[in-house]
Structure formats: structure tokens, C-alpha cells
Design a binder for this molecule. Sequence first.
Ligand code: FES
Length: 320
Amino acid sequence: MADSTVALRVKRICFEAERINSYELVSLTGGDLAPFTAGGHVDLHLPNGTIRCYSLVNDQRERHRYVIAVNKDPAGRGGSSFVHDNLKAGDIVTVSLPRNNFALCEEAGHSVLIAGGIGITPLLSMIRRLQALGRPAELFYAARTRPAAAFLDELDALRSNGGLTVHLDFDDERSGRLCDLPAIVGRAPAQAHLYCCGPVPMLQAFEAATADRPADHVHVEYFQAAEAPATDGGFEVRLARSNRTIAVAPGKTILDALLDAGIAANYACTEGVCGTCETRVIEGTPDHRDQFLSREEQSANKSIMICCSGSKSRTLVLDI
Ligand code: FES
């Protein structure tokens, strides 16, 4: 699990949309929390042993609370259902310090934000930040239905502050236009920064639509795996620092094999999206399956997400 955690109290739980609740987390003693930046997230360490990453939706200037939103996904791995079914106001939960893999470019002259479903969460804190900076932004927000779309009232209030344009798109109201990502990207000014968070097909379509844009102007955040983890096994991992060699058997990820061997390893999402388990590769060729590293970083083979990636070489030497 991740290194630094803090115990926080669930102060308030709010219904935000069908299957989506927000959770306000505060210090046990009423003090300030560690700062965060727009687009950042925390990991929730649940009493059932799972760890899940959730974006922070509130204003980064707020130091007294973290607010996350959780979409209850019946087809998920159980984390969101556990949160919805078990977490109550007053409970104490273990939370990681905030991290940010989806940072906002605060200097952008124009920002285009594209959200699908619960993918609105990191973009909401970005919108608040852009407004605080007086920067214009355009939001495209797609959801199954209007009742399933979270934070519509807040978006209305933010829009009324000026500087924000909001385009809503609901599957059941669709007139055939929406979420035409090539058109949205094509209309964006050449120097715009473009952000997308949503389901895997939307992110893949966004990446295709932005392929010609400067890479440092295109920002994506996956919150679920786009590829199956590498579990073919049949290779060994040599741990350079501890001078141990661990066999990775079929059916196991590298992380599974390390944990089975009693080796402490950092991890959170276990899906290749959060970056917590990133490990330096000293020798060998990883079989990358994550959505965290860029294509260039994957090709360089200097690091690996051990929760989901495997090895193309017989031996992988890792900086552990
Ligand atoms: S634990 Fe999140 S990327 Fe590996």
C-alpha cells in the first residue's frame, strides 16, 4: 500500500446523482489538511483491505476538508459498493496524502475539459481553479441521463460566475450530435490545453482525436484499466536492493508475487492507472499494461507498474 496516510473523519455524505455520493473528509482534530492541487486525488484505504483512488472535487484553496465523489459501480471490484453500503457520517477512514497525476496547466489561455460520467470529478476542481485564476474554460460533460449526472447545480453556479461554458450531453436525450470528440477537439484553439476523464472508450477516442496536438497540451486520466493485467507468469524478478529473486507464477502479477513472498510494496489502484506502484527497472524488458506511463516512457523501459505489467524477458531486475 502507499506510504503516507492519515486518519480522517467522514463529516458529511451527500447524494449527488443516481449512484453517486460525495464524502466530505476532515481532520480528527479540526486542523488543516495537507494541501492539494486541482486534478489531484487521494487513496481511500477501506476496512475490507482494498485501496481505491478518488479525485478531489473541492477548491484547492480549502485546507479544512477533502471532498471526493464515489460512483457505485455494481460491475466494479467492490470498492465503490463498500463505500456506499458501509461508510457512515462519523466514521474514521485512512486516507493517503494527496497526489496529482492529472495536473492543470494554470497558464493556458484556453482550457477544454471533457468528462464522461464520474470523470467529472477531477475536472470540477480544475474548473474551480481556472475560475479563481480568471482563465476561460469550456466543459463538455456526457452522462447516461440527467439524473445520473453529478454536480449539475454546482456547474450552473460556476457558469453564472462567468468564464465557463458548459455543454451537457445525455445518452437518453441525444439528438445524434454529442460527444463528437473530433469536432470538439477540431474547434479548440490551437494553443488550448485539452483534458479528458471518463470511461475507457471515451479516453481512447479522445487520444485518437488529439493525436496531432502537442503532447504537453493533451491530458488524460484513466480511472479503470484499459488492458488486462499481465498474468502469464513464467519469469523471475530479481530485487536489486534486497538481493532476492522471486518467481512470478502463471495467474499472478508481479505485485501478487511480491506480496505473497512477504515483500512490502507500494500500491493503490492495482489497475495501472494511479502510478503508486511505479518501480525503476534496472535490467530486462517489461510488458507494459498500464495507462499511467506515456508511450515514450513505456518505450524507454526505465520503469514499470508492477500491479499490472509483466516481463518480456526471462528476468526483470527491479530497484526494490
Ligand atoms: S497500484 Fe496504481 S498503477 Fe499500480
